[in-house]
Design a binder for this molecule. Structure first.
Ligand SMILES: [Zn+2]
Length: 87
């Protein structure tokens, strides 16, 4: 979920809000009731999926075992990891 940062035009207080994309943006400062404007700092939004492919060096050296050489009789030992996002 993205984090938006706002700054009050009146008291210049910074406000961070975690919102969905569908949520309406904040417009009123909770401290003084002034007008908030959205600040794009770029540090609050992190896409966890980006760069994942960079660590996946497929097609290069044979450090990993091809799945075709695995015996088909091997039962699934480890269950799939459940998503950790509790929200
Ligand atoms: Zn304010």
């Amino acid at each position: 979920m993205p984090t938006y940062e706002y700054e009050c035009n009146a008291c210049h207080q910074r406000v961070e809000a975690v919102q969905k994309f569908a949520d309406a943006p904040l417009t009123v400062c909770e401290s003084c009731g002034g007008e908030l404007r959205k600040v794009f700092s770029g540090v609050g939004i992190v896409f966890k999926g980006s760069g994942f492919y960079k660590t996946d060096s497929r097609g290069t050296s044979s450090s990993s075992t091809p799945p075709s050489s695995t015996p088909a009789a091997t039962p699934p030992s480890s269950p799939a990891p459940s998503p950790s996002s509790s929200d």
